[in-house]
Design a protein around this ligand. Structure first.
Ligand code: CAA
Ligand code: NAD
Length: 289
């Protein structure tokens, strides 16, 4: 199946939205990225320039190719800037109410049956997001990229109850055209990736809280002993502790088992504003990196 896409709109210019826009542009698509925060848009633009300059230095791209990719990305301070896009990927905060509000607006803006409204959600029900999109529900699909988007190969593709077969097939084709490997999962909280990953991260916080070992030892044991590229606490900082807490809350609410409740220590760090790499401090201090 052809994806039939030329211009991708991305809502949210944080770690994930910025990465999705970059990969789209490098793969030859036009990309328009919108964020409610002007600072987030500025940060995304600066990071795109830095990462593509590095790709040129490392001779993975020519200067002309990098410049052409950068020229394909535009930064929209208003959601209206996405008008004319033929595919939308939502990558805003992992909050059901905020996402549902956005899907309602996107459904009003994009009435063409060919325009998919995809969500990069880590855990939230695609069917629940689709319910906010009214008549556009068959066009709502999960298109779950991984962090860092330019490096990670997977896109988890999630079909909601109402998602049209054609939209799922085009999501697969688009992910492939973006150089990714799409794998399908059903619409259950956390899908496959975070159903399995987040409880491990949460358990690492519990082990730390209970004094089983210090963070460096917990992470060292999991990197050296299990060959993980990052230990679970370092990975939590990388993902964002706020996002980890949101995901655990969804798992806990939807799957109803006490073991999915976010660890109190994780919740405490979030309450203290220690969100990980993005705020300079989480489990670890990243301010000097
Ligand atoms: N953005 C773009 N590129 C990045 C990057 C970033 N944030 N961080 C690293 N990279 C690139 C580097 O530029 C480098 O590329 P080159 O060699 O071509 O220059 C490459 O990644 C390797 O980086 P480093 O050598 O600096 O460091 P590394 O070898 O330790 O790799 C890593 C870094 C790829 C992040 C690696 O540590 C890793 O794979 N960590 C685990 C990541 C992971 O598990 N991600 C999934 C998180 S869960 C998720 O995404 C789902 C969810 O819903 C929460
Ligand atoms: P982030 O905190 O880095 O960025 C979120 C961005 O969304 C912020 O810049 C914020 O200003 C913006 N935003 C919030 N509400 C908005 C709205 N209503 N309209 C426009 N912009 C809005 O978060 P992130 O890590 O990029 O995560 C984004 C989404 O991707 C979440 O659903 C998350 O669960 C998912 N995800 C995250 C990871 C990860 O490792 N961090 C991996 C895969 C999926």
């Amino acid at each position: 199946m052809e994806h039939g896409v030329s211009r991708i709109g991305v809502v949210g210019a944080g770690q994930m939205g910025g990465g999705i826009a970059q990969v789209a542009a490098v793969s030859g698509f036009g990309a328009v990225v919108h964020d409610a925060s002007a600072e987030a848009l500025d940060r995304a633009k600066a990071l795109h320039e830095k990462l593509l300059n590095r790709a040129v230095e490392k001779e993975r791209m020519t200067r002309d190719e990098a410049d052409a990719a950068l020229a394909r990305i535009s930064y929209a301070p208003s959601l209206d800037g996405l008008a004319g896009c033929d595919w939308v990927v939502e990558a805003i905060v992992e909050d059901l109410a905020v996402k549902r509000e956005l899907f309602g607006r996107l459904a009003q803006m994009f009435t063409d049956d060919r325009v998919a409204l995809a969500s990069n959600t880590s855990s939230i029900s695609i069917t629940a997001l689709a319910a906010a999109a009214n008549d556009a529900a068959p066009r709502v699909v999960g298109m779950h990229f991984f962090n860092p988007v330019p490096v990670m190969k997977l896109v988890e593709v999630i079909r909601g109850v109402q998602t049209a077969d054609e939209i799922v097939a085009r999501t697969v084709a688009l992910a492939e055209a973006m150089g990714k490997t799409p794998l399908k999962a059903n619409d259950r909280a956390g899908f496959v990736s975070n159903r399995v990953l987040m409880p491990m991260i949460n358990e690492a916080f519990r082990a730390w809280m209970e004094g089983v070992a210090e963070p460096e030892a917990i992470d060292g044991i999991m990197t050296l002993g299990c060959n993980h590229p990052m230990g679970p606490l370092r990975l939590a900082d990388f993902i964002g502790l706020d996002t980890c807490e949101h995901i655990m809350n969804v798992l806990h609410r939807e799957l109803g088992e006490a073991r999915f409740a976010p660890c109190p220590l994780l919740r405490q760090l979030v309450a203290a504003g220690r969100l990980g790499d993005k705020t300079g401090r989480g489990v670890y201090d990243h301010s000097k990196r």
